[in-house]
Design a protein around this ligand. Structure first.
Ligand code: PFF
Length: 454
């Protein structure tokens, strides 16, 4: 049943590409930092609940919208709800994708700089102050981060123009196993460091006395960002799925891989940090200031190990970021290609050039342009805030309402069970969550984040 729309070539390719979208800077940077912030194992426990109870049903919702309509995310809502305003949910997703891609690529560009810094043994012999100094000098430099940003977006671009099967699927099949091997080697190095056990304990021993409403909300927000939900990303990928793909099982596999990688990232970062007595720090500094310092100190007896560990870690980050930027790029490219009848190549160039422009502004807003603020935030932080805290929760909530309330039940049933050929024991549970639990829970996160936090 092939029409001339592109599609993924294999089920493994589907899982790896979707997992590639989910696994990214969110897992290796944001997850450890949030875990550190919210007190370790108790946070992870609640996070797991959020992934499996809320994240997976919404992912199935996005999958079924995409596969049913076989269109980009804005077109998908238009096809399933013709003449209604639901198309704005898709359009908001496209805009969110464009904005996230712009600032995410800035950080992705930094990872490239750090790969080259590590390759040139640039971390050796630096003091903690020098690490702070060199990160600040680099990130506020008007040129260097921009060059890396452009390079990173061009890498993303050239994968996208090769198409769904030859570009996205093939690159995911190479990069995801690579990422997996890198992460396992890094975990082994990290947990065998002297004094690593304090970090392991931090990850495994829950301290529920620290749990409050904020922890729950933080975990839910992280689950959302990490699974790439709320902006039609997985909806766009699902539009390239075959009719025989089991959506529930695919969502489950993606959720497991994403969670597993996030927890493994914790097992790299905390044992290494604890082994040298460094507290898990917050934000970009964890990856770009604290960690290079940790590597130098942790392997001070074997500098060659510090050298290899650093290179591997930043290559890991670059690969993880790339599989995610591809997915965001595809959301916007597919939209321009299909809705405005542009060739795929031209659409991709428009996205790449637009993101380079916005990315440059985001990058400059951390250095020379830091005095230009809106609501007290520079452009980089503003994009981060508006997308992660407003657009994604809103998109996810509306998606669950769309599937739970608006969409014909027959469509939902036929997509989840592949026209009755699959027996999905959790069918009733999934639809119940989409109808009631997800909209209410996300509504609470949304209101909380918008009204009670900065
Ligand atoms: N899930 C990605 C990460 O964890 O880094 C980030 C992301 C990708 C968010 C794609 C949203 C998206 F549509």
């Amino acid at each position: 049943m092939k029409n001339n729309r592109a599609s993924f070539g294999s089920k493994l390719g589907i899982i790896l590409a979707s997992a590639g979208s989910a696994v990214g800077l969110g897992n290796i940077w944001r997850f450890p930092y949030e875990t550190g912030n919210y007190g370790g194992a108790a946070f992870i426990f609640i996070y797991l609940g959020c992934i499996f109870v809320l994240g997976l049903p919404i992912m199935i919702g996005e999958f079924l919208i995409g596969r049913r309509s076989r269109a980009n995310t804005a077109g998908a809502f238009q096809i399933l709800a013709p003449g209604s305003q639901w198309k704005w949910v898709g359009r908001m997703g496209v805009l969110a994708g464009f904005m996230i891609l712009s600032f995410y690529s800035v950080v992705a560009g930094w990872t490239l700089e750090y790969v080259f810094e590590a390759l040139g043994n640039g971390f050796a012999g630096k003091s903690p102050d020098e690490f702070i100094q060199s990160f600040d000098t680099f990130s506020s430099n008007p040129w260097k981060p921009i060059i890396w940003l452009v390079l990173f977006l061009l890498c993303t671009h050239f994968i996208i123009v090769r198409g769904v099967e030859k570009g996205i699927e093939k690159s995911s099949k190479i990069m995801m196993p690579m990422l997996f091997i890198l992460i396992i080697v890094l975990v082994i190095c990290s947990v065998t460091l002297p004094g690593a056990s304090a970090g392991i304990e931090f990850l495994l021993k829950p301290d529920f006395s620290k749990v409050n409403g904020n922890v729950f909300l933080g975990a839910m927000g992280q689950a959302f960002f990490s699974l790439s939900l709320g902006m039609g990303c997985l909806c766009t990928y699902a539009s390239y799925f075959g009719k025989d793909v089991n959506l529930t099982r695919t969502a489950f596999s993606v959720g497991i891989i994403d969670t597993f990688i996030a927890i493994l990232a914790g097992f790299i970062i905390f044992p290494a940090a604890f082994s040298v007595g460094i507290k898990p720090d917050a934000g970009p500094s964890l990856l770009f200031i604290t960690l290079p310092n940790v590597f130098q100190q942790a392997f001070s007896g074997a500098p060659w190990l510090a050298y290899i560990f650093s290179i591997m870690f930043y290559v890991l980050l670059t690969v993880a970021a790339l599989t995610s930027t591809i997915s965001m790029h595809e959301v916007v490219t597919a939209y321009l290609h299909e809705e405005f009848k542009l060739s795929r190549r031209r659409a991709a160039w428009m996205v790449t050039l637009g993101c380079i422009l916005l990315g440059i502004l985001c990058s400059l807003s951390l250095g020379v342009g830091k005095n230009y603020t809106l609501f007290g935030l520079n452009l980089f932080d503003l994009f981060d805030y508006v997308t992660a805290k407003i657009m994604l929760p809103l998109g996810g909530m509306l998606t669950s309402i769309f599937v739970g309330w608006y969409l014909d039940k027959k469509i939902v049933w036929s997509e989840i069970t592949n026209d009755g050929s699959l027996k999905i024991n959790t069918y009733k549970l999934i639809t119940f969550i989409l109808k009631y639990i997800a909209p209410i829970a996300i509504g609470i996160v949304f209101i909380n984040e918008l009204l009670f936090t900065k």
